[in-house]
Design a protein around this ligand. Structure first.
Ligand SMILES: Cc1ncc(C[n+]2csc(CCOP(=O)(O)OP(=O)(O)O)c2C)c(N)n1
Length: 348
């Protein structure tokens, strides 16, 4: 396949100050989405405790700025893929809270018709290609989507998110190598929340500046404060523009999950201290943006209370609607597995 542009190894420098002028409306939108995600996740945790959600459930609380800032930098026809920690990403991409909660509850109103559950949010119209349960497994899928975009002569970019636990996976390295070699339109985003389940990143690699791994493949790379939605947005914009021009990029976004790895992992497990969690809480992405807006006179206390009231009412209503939706009919259990559904007892 012809390669039009050669990828260069360019470190993406974090900006010292905000360069993109964002309107009050845009900042409000970021704050609203982050609060929606937080509220949806807190209610999901409650519902999980009440036995309303089956299977695994990995919450995104603390990492909201990554999904909101990065997805805001995409076009609607770009592709977004992520891991099992996908509720926040799904919401940022535009899946309605009722369809996310419905999926968590295994109801037909869910975005995957109640068959996927927490780890398998998906929406073809929104070009949100999952929600994937296998660590690193979707990185090759994202690279394939980027290849398809280039092969068809489209200028759609792929934004592929994964945790730092995935960068030791073979598929990650094969994907970066080919993406760089072929100048594919893809941005690989590593959400480095410091732990893969209970294993700290420094116990898994000598190269803890994970973004530097891209140098092995001659790929542009950079490190971003993933707790700062404005920085995430700005750096994602730049990286996506580069990818659209045939220069793929690897961004490491440093962040922190305030809850355990999944609902079965307590917040303060043996692998991290209460003090560490408290310290990161001071950099809560919602807190940081709220303070920024207050300091610049972009939000009043009244507007903030009203926003909180609206979001809380919206998620409560979505919860009720999701719970009112029926479970899938057992007779349809073989639907959606293959394009032509299999019917037990019949020959194909
Ligand atoms: C191939 C594979 N190995 C192991 C697992 C079990 N597993 C699920 S999550 C996880 C940790 C991954 O951590 P990270 O990639 O840093 O993402 P995070 O959970 O922090 O978002 C592991 C080992 C899996 N799902 N897939």
């Amino acid at each position: 396949m012809p390669v039009k542009k050669k990828a260069e190894a360019v470190a993406v420098e974090a900006p010292k100050q905000q360069k993109l002028a964002l309107s009050k409306q845009q900042l409000f939108h970021f704050l609203r989405q982050m609060r929606q995600i937080r509220s949806l996740e807190e209610r999901s945790a409650q519902a999980y405790g009440q036995g309303k959600i089956g299977g695994f459930c990995h919450l995104y609380i603390g990492q909201e700025a990554v999904a909101v800032g990065a997805v805001a930098a995409t076009r609607p026809d770009d592709y977004v893929l992520t891991t099992y920690r996908d509720h926040g990403m799904a919401l940022a991409r535009g899946i309605q809270p009722v369809a996310i909660l419905g999926e968590l509850f295994g109801r037909v109103i869910g975005c995957s018709k109640g068959r996927g559950g927490s780890m398998h949010m998906f929406d073809k119209q929104l070009n949100f290609l999952g929600g994937h349960g296998i660590v690193g497994g979707h990185i090759a899928l994202g690279t394939g989507a980027a290849f398809s975009s280039k092969y068809r002569g489209e200028d759609r970019v792929v934004l592929c998110f994964f945790g730092e636990g995935a960068v030791h996976n073979g598929g990650f390295h094969e994907s970066l190598n080919l993406a760089s070699l072929w100048g594919l339109p893809i941005v690989f985003v590593c959400e480095n929340n410091r732990y893969g389940m209970g294993t700290a990143v420094e116990r898994t690699t000598k190269v803890v500046d994970l973004h530097k791994k891209a140098e092995s493949y001659g790929m542009a790379h950079g490190i971003v404060n993933g707790m700062d939605v404005l920085e995430v947005y700005e750096q994602s914009k730049r990286a996506i523009a580069g990818a659209r021009a045939g220069i793929p990029c690897f961004l490491e976004m440093t962040c922190y999950r305030f809850r355990g790895h999944s609902m079965s992992d307590p917040v303060h497990s043996h692998y991290r201290t209460k003090e560490e969690v408290e310290c990161y809480r001071e950099q809560d992405p919602i807190l940081l943006l709220t303070e920024h807006m207050k300091n610049h006179g972009l939000i009043t206390d009244e507007e903030l209370s009203e926003l909180e009231r609206q979001v809380s009412a919206e998620i409560r209503a979505a919860m009720d609607a999701a719970l009112a939706s029926p479970e899938p009919d057992p007779a349809t259990v073989f639907d959606y597995i293959y394009k032509n559904p299999i019917r037990p007892g019949t020959r194909r």
